[in-house]
Design a protein around this ligand. Structure first.
Ligand SMILES: [Zn+2]
Length: 293
């Protein structure tokens, strides 16, 4: 027995050597939310890279040379879809590299926005945890096809995460019971919160419309100031991925407070409470609650 010890130790060590990173599939995601959902499903079985840095704006993003290189090395691209990635930058990168691209929002029933006579599907679907579950199911399907050997494990992780999403949804409803229906009004920089507002009984208004492209006109600004006064709103909110100046100016003109900063099109940096979707939603809810209660 003791004579065999060195061999046993060697065998044990070999068993502990992790699968080489190069053997793992590489999945490139466009936004921080999509990357988080993907990590929740694949765990350490695949590498997940995200093009957008925390705080970056997906509507206005211009791909960099390094992005094209990264996509060339990947096995799968997952984007939000519904036009969130302005000028289709993620799908174009995937197409140029000849890589498959999946929209995490496939099958979500989009809210249709009518702005200045033009209609758009609202791309900010992750803000309703019920839709977030659709993202997770789409991601599960695509990564299971990519790596069928680990499909069972992916399904187990997704099942746990879907439970977290249901708990989150119930918790948010419970929190907002503290705000009377008529006081549930959310004023933010751009129209990112329609799904959130629909899910939790808020009315909302955003001077910039559904995308952050283009300037806000004085008329749009005036309209928001007037409606803040007529609604009797106490606080309005800036967003992590949008320049706060417009909202600060509107707050001053309307004589209301800036109630805090909400995670919107991007989640928080590593180490912040908003670095994952569940934390981002939790912090937003508590910020809104603190400002409006
Ligand atoms: Zn947006």
């Amino acid at each position: 027995m003791w004579r065999n010890l060195p061999f046993l130790v060697l065998a044990a060590c070999l068993a502990l050597v992790p699968a080489r990173a190069a053997e793992k599939k590489l999945i490139v995601c466009s936004t921080t939310q999509v990357a988080d959902f993907t990590r929740q499903v694949v765990g350490d079985r695949a590498r997940v890279a995200c093009i957008l840095a925390p705080g970056a704006d997906p509507h206005l993003y211009e791909p960099k040379p390094g992005d094209a290189k990264l996509v060339q090395q990947c096995d799968l691209v997952i984007q939000n879809g519904l036009g969130l990635e302005g000028k289709n930058w993620m799908a174009n990168l995937a197409q140029d590299a000849g890589k498959p691209v999946v929209a995490a929002t496939a099958g979500v029933k989009p809210l249709v926005l009518d702005e200045h006579g033009a209609t758009h599907d609202d791309p900010h679907a992750w803000f309703d945890p019920v839709n977030a579950a659709v993202y997770v199911k789409n991601i599960l399907e695509s990564v299971s096809k990519l790596d069928p050997d680990h499909a069972e494990e992916f399904a187990a992780r997704a099942k746990l995460y879907l439970q977290h999403l249901r708990v989150l949804d119930a918790w948010i409803k419970e929190q907002f019971n503290a705000i009377p229906k008529e006081q549930r009004i959310l004023v933010t920089s751009h129209d990112a919160f329609n799904y959130f507002c629909q899910a939790y009984g808020f009315r909302n208004q955003a001077p910039a419309g559904w995308t952050t492209e283009g300037e806000i006109t004085p008329e749009q600004r005036q309209k928001v100031v007037a409606s803040i006064a007529s609604f009797g709103v106490k606080s309005i909110f800036v967003e992590t991925s949008v320049n706060p100046k417009t909202i600060q100016d509107i707050a001053r003109d309307a004589g209301v407070k800036v109630g805090g900063e909400l995670y919107s099109d991007s989640m928080g940096p590593a180490g912040s409470a908003g670095e994952e979707y569940l934390g981002m939603m939790r912090e937003n809810v508590l910020t809104i609650l603190h400002a409006l209660k």
